[in-house]
Design a protein around this ligand. Structure first.
Ligand SMILES: NC(=O)c1ccc[n+]([C@@H]2O[C@H](COP(=O)([O-])OP(=O)(O)OC[C@H]3O[C@@H](n4cnc5c(N)ncnc54)[C@H](O)[C@@H]3O)[C@@H](O)[C@H]2O)c1
Length: 267
């Protein structure tokens, strides 16, 4: 990448905390940010691969959203010890081992409760803690939470015909909650110059959350046929859009839900 292009987003030496930085989207985001000269601290339960670990601008910190009541204090400690955040991106995907059974026929109350706590509550609490920290330290920073098109749409069950994929009751609650939390937070923190946004991807080529098998060919074909751009997305396309929303280039955008889905949600 030429230097001129690298500086376009004005991220040099800005500190990014990426929660879930070892995942499908997170890993791509970490790599892109490092190329752009940002300092990146990845918070995850899984260590990233070694290529990332070698960069002087990269640090991995073990962080488990499951311990959110303790992490409430730790996230502030982490900021104090490792540098104040310019941006916090949450692209973690905490879930229990019954996640794939969270459909209307098989969901257990205990799993619904556990997943809401693991995911929606941790996303909400960490975002609120970070925003308050930015306010106290007078940081004109931003927070970006990952949503999904299923935070504002029902799932099209025709796409799952002849696959093991099912609707997920909990996912819709979590993602709907995240999209609205972002609006509420941006309404409150805007006057302190703290921006809060959501990015909602459509389906990406990759894994099926919570199950060991990959997307089937028939699912991919149906999804491609339904999507105006005739394909699923790539993690790199999500990463680039996140970077825009977290950079000074989007300085007048807050409370938004940027939909990056190849157009599937408009039909
Ligand atoms: N991949 C898609 O097709 C897609 C589509 C729409 C929305 N999204 C959203 O994007 C976000 C990222 O998705 P992804 O596909 O990259 O997920 P992923 O499963 O590939 O990665 C999630 C990361 O979160 C980490 N994580 C899990 N539990 C954790 C915990 N308790 N504490 C800390 N970290 C934990 C994992 O180790 C992993 O590195 C999620 O919010 C997801 O709902 C993804």
């Amino acid at each position: 990448m030429k230097n001129k292009t690298k500086n376009f987003f004005q991220l040099k030496n800005k500190i990014f905390y990426i929660l879930g930085g070892s995942g499908l989207i997170g890993k791509e985001l970490v790599e892109d940010l490092l190329i752009l000269g940002a300092k990146v601290i990845s918070l995850d339960v899984i260590k990233p691969n070694s290529r990332l670990c070698n960069s002087k601008n990269f640090k991995f910190i073990h962080f488990d959203c499951e311990n959110i009541e303790n992490e409430k204090f730790n996230i502030i400690d982490i900021f104090d010890k490792n540098g104040f955040p310019y941006s916090l991106v949450n692209c973690s995907y905490p879930r229990d081992n019954k996640w794939s059974e969270n459909n209307f026929s098989n969901i257990e109350y205990s799993s619904l409760k556990k997943n809401i706590e693991l995911n929606l509550l941790s996303y909400s609490w960490i975002a609120k803690e970070t925003a308050n920290f930015m306010y106290e330290k007078k940081i004109k920073g931003n927070i970006l939470l990952l949503g999904s098109i299923y935070g504002f749409l029902g799932q099209d069950l025709n796409l799952y015909e002849n696959t093991q994929m099912r609707e997920n009751m909990t996912y819709s609650i979590i993602k709907g909650g995240i999209i609205n939390l972002v609006k509420q937070m941006s309404a409150y923190y805007g006057k302190f110059n703290i921006r809060v946004n959501c990015l909602s991807p459509g389906g990406l080529y990759g894994h099926n959350a919570g199950v060991s098998n990959n997307q089937t060919r028939s699912f991919i074909k149906r999804y491609e046929k339904k999507t105006p751009l005739s394909r699923l997305g790539y993690p790199s396309e999500i990463s680039k859009s996140i970077i825009f929303l977290c950079s000074p280039k989007s300085s007048y955008i807050t409370g938004s839900n940027l939909i990056v889905d190849g157009g599937i949600s408009i039909i």
